[in-house]
Write a protein that binds this ligand. Structure first.
Ligand code: TPP
Ligand code: DXP
Ligand code: MG
Length: 640
């Protein structure tokens, strides 16, 4: 049977559908999510099941792209993508060359603002609304934000400014009581009071009957009266929004299309900031996910045919080794505490929390607070470990510098997802942390070659009297044996893995084993023999070993999963330049000066020449090309 969904190329077409057809469309969209995300690509799942009616209501009440709809994060915007001409490509989402994992302005005119990192939508929407007013335009602006993203500082900063400016725009709060894990903090508690107030259900009936009977303006007056008189506990939290300068409409059922459309239609007519509080269920309509909607289990699903992993699928994940090691260390040192910014499962800190419930803190999507909270803990004698993805730590850069490093406080940053993060693409690669951390005075920066070395690095970091950061990749380790006891690695020492007279390869982190494999290929296929070094400290460098080795080699390659700009290779160059020792033939391999797209880690490493074959090929070009062609080599390398 042909599906209505298959006929939708543009949201304009929705306006010709009857209410029953729209409800049929919602059912088909859920089926499409199951067949593509659950069935093929993996990725964000339960959040998208929860926004089907919201997406339909927005695209029937508003006129995108003239009206601006800004989705927070974008992980829950696949229904929006389906309704805006991309349904036929849903089976490619997050895959290399396929639809982007989040919204991207370049992908569709309906994607008004790109995201991937949370809590940005209200700020962006307010910017667009103010621009509209300054340009004398009259389109509508709607920010769609989840209850988790609402705990982000940026969102609260934006609400503060929105209330101050009084700009006409709508904030549609998608409240499913969940972040990835159950939401944390007082904001969700306030929302719960609104959501569960016994009078909500009576008031809900009032709201719908009033809206159906009266023109908008009178309806609002009547609503206000009813709410003020009859819903005491609702009025208090409701007052909070009013005090913030927003007209609060809700809570309404976020899966009731008519309620959503009526409330959005009312809000559209109000010439002020409006917050609509929609209650939804994460996983709605797909029984297993709905049944476990209050767990993190269905936030993301794994692809049915995951790309070949560079590492052994049977090997433990770096994040699990991190968590298990932290538990062992915390058993010996009660000063150790763990901090996550709404990523207990992504960092595996939930394992630590199960063992030490009183020593694990999930602060919500609040990286800035997480870092300075850690600084406060350290200043008072604790040993905090802040487990924050490399990309999300970008949000707390000033806190790292100003609150931790400048005061030389012993905070450990466990930076997971460093380097190529894979299918989440450009917003989630840990592409910048070497560049943004190695320039911070007092910071020690380490990268383990495998999961075993991660164990000893955590021990080392916790032994230091100042800040330390450990960067490690998403996914499985190399399957090396783990240690039962942990030792401190002398700070600033590298590990000479093999010697060869033709070439020096300096590699750090994930790239070390790729470099060793490349050296094997070169010796077998090309008769080139390379020295390979595990440069496990990025700051401080092992300058003594570096100078000794460079003095013996004419050709040097550095390899890292970070942008070349200001990365590990730059650090090596700076150090050699300081000692007038820069070799004439030197290539820095790393991530290019552009935003690397989404795709499997394996594919992206191949494209960027960061896998073993890519490193070997660069070595061949470096050695076989004469000097005048070397620039060509560099250009080739840099264009990958
Ligand atoms: C700055 C930042 N920190 C952490 C994350 C990881 N993250 C992605 S979605 C999400 C939960 C969002 O919850 P909510 O806004 O309620 O949306 P829902 O999934 O419930 O629809 C988190 C923590 C992120 N994307 N950005
Ligand atoms: C949308 C978001 O930011 C998170 O859901 C993120 O995608 C999780 O990444 P991992 O799957 O690597 O834990
Ligand atoms: Mg939520």
């Amino acid at each position: 049977m042909s599906r209505i969904l298959d006929t939708i190329e543009s949201p304009d077409q929705l306006k010709n559908l009857t209410h029953d057809q729209l409800k049929q469309l919602a059912q088909e969209m859920r089926e499409r999510l199951v067949e593509t995300v659950y069935g093929v690509t993996g990725g964000h799942f339960s959040s998208n099941l929860g926004t089907v009616e919201i997406a339909i209501a927005l695209h029937t009440v508003f006129d995108s792209p003239r009206d601006k709809i800004i989705w927070d994060v974008g992980h829950q915007a696949y229904p929006h993508k389906m309704l805006t001409g991309r349904n036929k490509l849903m089976h490619t989402i997050r895959q290399y060359g396929g639809l982007a994992p989040f919204l991207m302005r370049e992908e569709s005119p309906h994607d008004q603002f790109g995201a991937g990192h949370a809590s940005t939508s209200i700020s962006a929407a307010l910017g667009m609304a103010v621009a509209r007013d300054m340009q004398g335009e009259d389109y509508h602006v709607v920010a769609v934000i989840g209850d988790g993203a609402l705990t982000g500082g940026m969102a609260l900063e934006a609400l503060n400014n929105l209330g101050h400016l009084g700009t006409k725009m709508i904030v549609l709060l998608n409240d499913n009581e969940m972040s990835i894990y159950p939401n944390v903090g007082v904001v969700p508690r306030l929302l719960t009071r609104l959501r569960t107030s016994r009078t909500y259900h009576r008031a809900k009936g009032d709201v719908v009957s009033i809206l159906q009977r009266m023109p908008a303006g009178d309806a609002l007056v009547e609503l206000g009266k009813r709410f003020k008189d009859s819903v005491k506990e609702l009025v208090i939290p409701n007052m909070m929004w009013e005090e913030l300068g927003l007209t609060y409409l809700g809570p309404i059922d976020g899966h009731n299309l008519a309620d959503l459309q009526e409330t959005l239609t009312l809000a559209k007519q109000l010439d002020r900031p409006v917050l609509i509080h929609a209650i939804t269920i994460k996983g709605k309509g797909f029984e297993p996910a709905e049944a476990e909607s209050k767990t993190h289990k269905w936030h993301s699903v794994t692809p049915k045919s995951p790309g070949k992993s560079d590492n052994k699928p049977s090997a433990p994940r770096y994040q699990d080794v991190f968590a298990q090691t932290l538990i062992r260390l915390a058993e010996e040192d009660e000063r150790i505490v763990g901090i996550t910014a709404a990523m207990p499962d992504g960092t595996s800190l939930d394992q630590f929390g199960k063992r030490f419930p009183d020593r694990m803190f999930d602060v919500g999507i609040a990286e800035q607070h997480a870092v300075t909270f850690a600084a406060g803990l350290a200043a008072a004698g604790m040993r905090p470990v802040a487990a924050i993805y490399s990309t999300f730590l970008q949000r707390a850069y000033d806190q790292v510098v100003h609150d931790v490093a400048m005061q030389n406080l012993p905070v450990v940053f466990a930076m997971d997802r460093a380097g190529i993060a894979g299918n989440d693409g450009r917003t989630h690669h840990g592409a910048l942390d070497i560049s943004y951390l190695r320039c911070v005075p007092n910071m020690t920066l380490m990268a383990p070659k495998d999961e075993n070395e991660l164990q000893h690095m955590l021990k080392t970091a916790l032994s230091l009297e100042g800040p330390a950061a450990i960067r490690y990749p998403r996914g499985n380790g190399y399957g090396v044996p783990l240690s039962e006891t942990f030792h401190v690695i002398p700070v600033g020492t590298w590990e000479l893995l093999q010697e060869g007279e033709d070439l020096l390869i300096l590699a750090t982190g994930y790239s070390v084993y790729q470099a060793l494999e490349a050296a094997k290929i070169l010796s077998k296929q090309d008769g080139i023999f390379a020295t390979v070094v595990n440069c496990r400290f990025i700051k401080p460098l092992d300058e003594e070993l570096l100078q000794k080795l460079v003095a013996k080699h004419d050709y040097l390659i550095t390899v890292e999963e970070n942008v070349r700009m200001g990365g590990f290779g730059s650090a090596v160059l700076e150090s050699l330049a300081d000692h007038s020792m820069v070799p004439s033939r030197f290539v820095r391999l790393g991530m290019p000066d552009r935003y690397v797209e989404h795709g499997s880690q394996e594919i992206l490493r191949k494209i960027l020449g960061l896998d073993a074959e890519g490193i070997a090929q660069t070595a061949r070009e470096l050695l076989y090309k004469t000097t005048d062609l070397r620039d060509k080599t560099l250009k080739d390398v840099h264009q990958r």
